[in-house]
Ligand binder design. Structure first.
Ligand code: SAM
Length: 243
């Protein structure tokens, strides 16, 4: 029912995600570099390399936050192209917009506050959609994937960069220690906010593994879905097409 348990639970998750990203926005980039020891830059570089993006393309960087990917796409699509940096959180969007403007990126990037579950764009519009470290925060992932498929052009591709399941047990153990013990402590020390980083560690553990996400993308209607493990499967890049 409308006021049933599920609805309440979903609303709680949505508002918690909003609160977390509101409180981390100002320190997000610094924390990203610290927590991943800079490696997130390589994961993002790999994503760009797999994007197949060309001048004139229309790109949606969904849950784009502070705009690392959008900044790179802006250069690659050129003046004829279009990049939309979309995020549900206006604090993250604002940090992203300021950062891109500081880098001199002006002409071809739009900033849109939007929920991945119901994208406010026309059908068959984008050549490429990226969602980096965003899908795990989305409450209804199937709904979000369906929405992405709708706004993608036939022939277009979706890239999902996300935490996944480490390939080896030993790595898994070290990684759990790191994310459940060290990460919240770093959050406390640098951002004075251990709760947000506790949430991040939990959301990473809850996120679907490689095969599950692949099946979810196929279930939503994406084709030729493949994935590539990065850093031993701590992160994976999934790719799917709309035909
Ligand atoms: N893509 C950026 C990056 O890789 O650095 C930011 C990733 S950050 C960990 C996750 C982002 O997802 C946050 O900016 C958050 O506001 C956004 N987000 C969470 N739920 C969302 C939703 N339902 N729709 C759109 N964005 C969402």
């Amino acid at each position: 029912t409308h006021f049933g348990f599920k609805t309440v639970e979903k609303q709680q998750k949505a508002s918690m995600v909003a609160e977390v990203f509101h409180s981390v926005a100002g320190k997000y980039d610094l924390m990203n570099d610290l927590m991943s020891m800079g490696i997130h830059r390589l994961w993002k570089r790999f994503t760009i390399d797999c994007s197949g993006v060309r001048p004139g393309h229309k790109v949606l960087d969904l849950a784009g936050g502070t705009g690392d990917l959008a900044a790179k796409f802006s250069r690659l699509v050129g003046e004829q192209g279009e990049v939309v940096l979309a995020d549900i959180n206006n604090a993250m969007l604002r940090v992203g917009r300021d950062k891109l403007r500081d880098k001199g990126i002006l002409g071809n990037v739009d900033y849109v506050q939007a929920n991945a579950e119901c994208l406010p764009f026309p059908d068959n519009h984008f050549d490429l959609i990226t969602i980096a470290f965003g899908l795990r925060n989305v409450t209804d992932k199937d709904k979000a994937l369906a929405s992405m498929l709708r706004v993608l052009k036939p022939g277009g591709r979706l890239l999902v960069l996300e935490f996944s399941k480490p390939e080896f047990d030993a790595l898994s153990k070290v990684y759990d220690l790191y994310s459940f013990h060290l990460l919240p402590k770093m959050g406390k020390l640098v951002a004075n906010d251990s709760e947000s980083y506790q949430y991040l560690a939990e959301s990473i553990r809850m996120h679907p593994d490689q095969e599950t996400l692949k099946a979810m993308m196929e279930g939503a209607g994406f084709e030729q879905v493949t994935y590539h493990n990065l850093t031993g499967g701590i992160v994976a890049l999934h790719r799917g097409f709309k035909f």
